[in-house]
Design a protein around this ligand. Structure first.
Ligand code: NDP
Length: 295
């Protein structure tokens, strides 16, 4: 038996279509387009691609895009000033600072300066705290995308055993909070977890976000489980051309799992779509309007 492949591109396209409809409705209510500001410091080629994609997609979906490209020599004080200005700008609903930042800048200081109401990445301590307390919050985009993927397979996650491997503040921890909110029974595993294969084998829903190419093998997976592979790893491919693989050994896992998200084409496309969804949520919240219908 071969697992159902969870098509992140198709699911992200559906979400984008809903975002475009809701953006139009919100534009009418606000009397302006919802706006996303994206800040890039330096010339990291991967970051440039991400920023370009985010800006292009926001325009495609009917939002205003405000791009700020700063030189690699930008000081922390200069970036802080820009973030505070964008946080106060009434035309802007979401502020995103692309990571990583040059070494002279402390990312925590910058991210903490973003207005929590515009924190569309969901990285500020206030939004992380609200999420952990079960309060309405802007949640990080990758975990939001993971939950959408798994809900494409399971209508309800209530009572299912979910194992999240990885405990970063960007992926693992907020993902565990979102799964708890869906009434899953959640275990968080990490590099100090003992008997990791056995822990993974307990999972009805297995999420892997560790950044270790193909660490999770087929025999770590409970037959029929749903596997969401969040890892993005560049490894040498045939003829020396790099290829991208996940944290799960896909060819083995696909023979055991009930459903699996591939890399690429799984979680990746969801992350950007969820960013735009969060921008709409932020715009609606700031205007005191009900949240847009994106489910
Ligand atoms: P971090 O490096 O911040 O965290 C990695 C986590 O994995 C840590 O909690 C670490 O444990 C754990 N870990 C590392 N090695 C092992 C191991 N051998 N066994 C068990 N746990 C281990 O990474 P991120 O959370 O930022 O990212 C994880 C992966 O997800 C990366 O490949 C990244 O590229 C990808 N990613 C993909 C996104 C997407 O859009 N698809 C978005 C964001 C990330 P400990 O805490 O004990 O050190």
């Amino acid at each position: 038996m071969s697992a159902k492949i969870i098509d992140g591109r198709a699911i992200a396209n559906e979400l984008r279509a809903k975002v475009a409809i809701e953006a139009k409705l919100l534009t009418r209510k606000l009397g302006r387009m919802p706006g996303l500001a994206v800040v890039l410091v330096g010339d990291n080629p991967a970051s440039e691609v991400y920023v370009r994609n985010k800006a292009r997609l926001s325009v495609d979906l009917g939002m205003a895009s405000f791009e700020h490209k700063l030189p690699v020599t930008t000081s922390e004080a200069e970036l802080l000033e820009l973030v505070l200005t964008l946080s106060a700008d009434l035309k802007i609903d979401g502020v995103l600072v692309q990571l990583p930042l040059p070494k002279q800048i402390d990312p925590a200081r910058i991210l903490n300066a973003i207005s929590p109401a515009k924190d569309v990445d969901g990285f500020t301590p206030l939004n992380a705290g609200k999420l952990a307390s079960g309060m309405p919050a802007l949640a990080p985009c990758t975990p939001l995308g993971c939950v959408m993927l798994v809900k494409n397979v399971h209508r309800s996650l209530a009572g299912l055993e979910a194992v999240v491997v990885g405990r970063s503040s960007v992926v693992g921890k907020p993902l565990a909070q979102l799964l708890l909110a869906e009434n899953a029974t959640v275990t968080i595993a990490h590099s100090k977890t003992k008997e990791l294969p056995a822990v993974c084998r307990r999972a009805d829903l297995l999420f892997v976000a560790i950044g270790k190419p193909e660490l999770v093998r087929g025999n770590w997976i409970k037959p029929g489980a749903t596997v969401i592979d969040i890892g993005i790893n560049r490894v040498p491919g045939p003829a020396g051309k790099p290829r991208v693989v996940g944290d799960v050994a896909f060819e083995e896992a696909v023979k055991v799992a009930g459903a699996i998200s591939p890399v690429p084409g799984g979680v990746g496309p969801m992350t950007v779509a969820c960013l735009l969804a969060n921008t709409l949520r932020a715009a609606a919240m700031r205007a005191g309007l009900p949240p847009p219908k994106l489910d």
